[in-house]
Design a protein around this ligand. Structure first.
Ligand SMILES: [Zn+2]
Length: 242
């Protein structure tokens, strides 16, 4: 876990249930339920657990939004993360991360066309994710706060996992090589991350640099990880969607 690998990866390696791992790692959930918002207390603290925060930040930057609900005077905000129905494991992981970051708030799923929104309301989403704002993310400046950068440099793998789980994919490229005794097919796994915000692409590139994963822009709005060793390295933190 200290290497930054996901609960799922450690669970697959050890055969220990993810929820048991979570309890060992963080302690039982009830101990954390009355925690005040770490950004509203003095002295201000970093959100915990850092690895869940970094993952949720990645999901939020990729495919999330924070908006006010009900009477604006009451200052209650809702965070929504869109998850495709095709990947039920990712929905569970998103719910787990939201519950870990705001243990006192209820997390729900709202069905939509071909996807689910994972939703929770809190007064503190804007303090925890200061990137919120009116309009689309690619039409405004997205910059991590210095305290967020402390967490993303501690958990670049979790940030990348969140980004690739929301706006990225891992797919297999099949290439045909004609040989004397017939064609041979080669398969190359690759990663792509597509986003319209140059700032969010920059955040993704920086996380990959911190992980030592070689990447390049394959298009203006797309980061591609294609070298075999780079894909193998990123597999330690992201892996196929499930
Ligand atoms: Zn707060």
């Amino acid at each position: 876990m200290r290497r930054g690998e996901s609960f799922r990866a450690v669970s697959l390696t050890t055969g220990i249930d993810q929820f048991i791992l979570r309890n060992w790692y963080y302690g039982p959930r009830r101990d954390r339920q009355r925690e005040p918002c770490p950004r509203c207390v003095l002295p201000q603290r970093l959100p915990e657990p850092g690895r869940d925060y970094a993952y949720l930040l990645g999901l939020y930057l990729g495919d999330g939004c924070i908006s006010v609900i009900g009477d604006p005077g009451k200052g209650v905000w809702v965070m929504r993360i869109a998850c495709a129905d095709a990947w039920p494991g990712l929905v569970d992981e998103c719910i787990a991360a939201m519950m870990a970051v705001r243990p006192g708030n209820k997390v729900n799923t709202v069905p939509n066309d071909g996807c689910k929104s994972v939703v929770a309301s809190s007064r503190h989403w804007p303090c925890l994710f200061p990137q919120h704002g009116p309009g689309r993310k690619h039409n405004r400046k997205i910059e991590l706060a210095p305290w967020q950068r402390v967490l993303t440099s501690e958990y670049p793998g979790q940030l990348a996992r969140g980004l690739f789980h929301s706006d990225g994919c891992r797919f297999t490229n099949r290439v045909r090589r004609p040989l004397k005794d017939g064609d041979k097919w080669y398969e190359y796994p690759r990663y792509m991350f597509t986003n319209e915000s140059a700032d969010i692409l920059g955040i993704c590139g920086e996380a990959l640099d911190q992980l030592g994963v070689d990447w390049r822009f394959s298009r203006r709005n797309t980061i591609s990880v294609a070298r075999r060793d780079a894909v193998a390295r990123l597999d330690q933190f992201v892996g196929p969607k499930y």
